[in-house]
Design a protein around this ligand. Structure first.
Ligand SMILES: Nc1ncnc2c1ncn2[C@@H]1O[C@H](COP(=O)(O)OP(=O)(O)O)[C@@H](O)[C@H]1O
Ligand SMILES: [Mg+2]
Length: 282
């Protein structure tokens, strides 16, 4: 009981009384051993409609373990994509506030809000991403990349011989990684599965794991920014995950270090300096 009280006290200044009520309901259910109810797609969409994220759902585009995406029309007659989080069972449990005592309903609410804000940061930095519209409940709404016919395809879904010059697409992707890094933003899951191809341009999606970073390693414990060399490692990982797609499918090969240097741009000196400092200490 004491722990529950602590967790409410920690949460309440941040999320207000509604959170407290939700958590209380959750813990009451837990105490009675009741099954936690996963929203069906229909229920999640009904909730999104009630929250004014859309007025008409047209088609499910993506069904993952953690979220599903559906497109439709919103009250301004725009084509929207709704990303709706599913109840969390394993991977991220306990991540929010490092507390296992947060209701899973609260966790996925936080995910929808977090991803909306990360998407918004990228959009405001003029990166090629969908325009985020609104978040509410377990979902957030953004611009549909596509048309009345449906969602644009992922790079991963395009046939092998689709591009006359795949090098051009690789260059576009590397340019986006460069612009992202210069905007002090790393994606964290940059791959052919999170890049859409629409009207001759690429669009990046899926931001929950993305991070904003500082231009140094020393960041305050409560800072929303991650240290520079951590961002650098994420960037290297993204590149490592993404370049093989081009060599495998299109036989386009590039020099990893050269590409990396281009993406780092003026920030390279700062990364080198921090890496040197780490080496001096260890
Ligand atoms: N704004 C969008 N416009 C068009 N299609 C989208 C949009 N957002 C997501 N999708 C589609 O939904 C799928 C799942 O979205 P994503 O954000 O990558 O979620 P997940 O976390 O399940 O990978 C994508 O692979 C893509 O096909
Ligand atoms: Mg994805």
């Amino acid at each position: 009981m004491f722990l529950v009280y602590i967790s409410f006290t920690c949460l309440s200044p941040l999320y207000g009384s509604e959170t407290k009520v939700l958590n209380e309901k959750y813990w009451d259910k837990r105490e009675q051993d009741e099954e936690i109810h996963e929203l069906s797609v229909q229920e999640a969409l009904a909730e999104a409609i009630e929250n004014n994220l859309l007025v008409e759902a047209r088609q499910i585009i993506g069904q993952g373990k953690e979220a599903f995406v559906c497109w439709g029309i919103d009250y301004l007659d725009r084509l929207v994509a709704i990303k709706s989080y599913k109840l969390f069972r394993t991977t991220h449990r306990g991540v929010i506030h490092g507390s296992y005592r947060t209701s899973p309903y609260e966790v996925i609410k936080q995910f929808a809000k977090l991803e909306y804000h990360k998407n918004l940061y990228a959009y405001e930095a003029k990166l090629p991403v969908p325009q985020p519209y609104k978040w509410a409940g377990y979902s957030y709404a953004m611009e549909l990349i596509g048309s009345e016919e449906g969602a644009a395809p992922l790079l991963a879904d395009l046939p092998k011989n689709y591009f006359d010059d795949p090098t051009e697409i690789l260059e576009k992707c590397v340019d986006v990684l460069h612009d992202m890094f210069q905007a002090q933003f790393v994606h964290g899951d940059f791959s052919e599965h999170n890049i859409l191809w629409h009207e001759g341009e690429i669009y990046v999606i899926d931001f929950l794991q993305s991070k904003r970073f500082a231009l140094k390693d020393a960041v305050h414990r409560n800072s929303p920014l991650i240290p520079l060399t951590r961002a650098y490692r994420i960037l290297r990982r993204d590149l490592n995950a993404f370049l093989p797609f081009f060599s495998r499918l299109f036989r386009v090969r590039v020099n990893f270090e050269e590409v990396l240097e281009y993406i780092l741009g003026d920030i390279k000196d700062k990364v080198d300096r921090e890496l040197e400092l780490i080496n001096e200490v260890t």
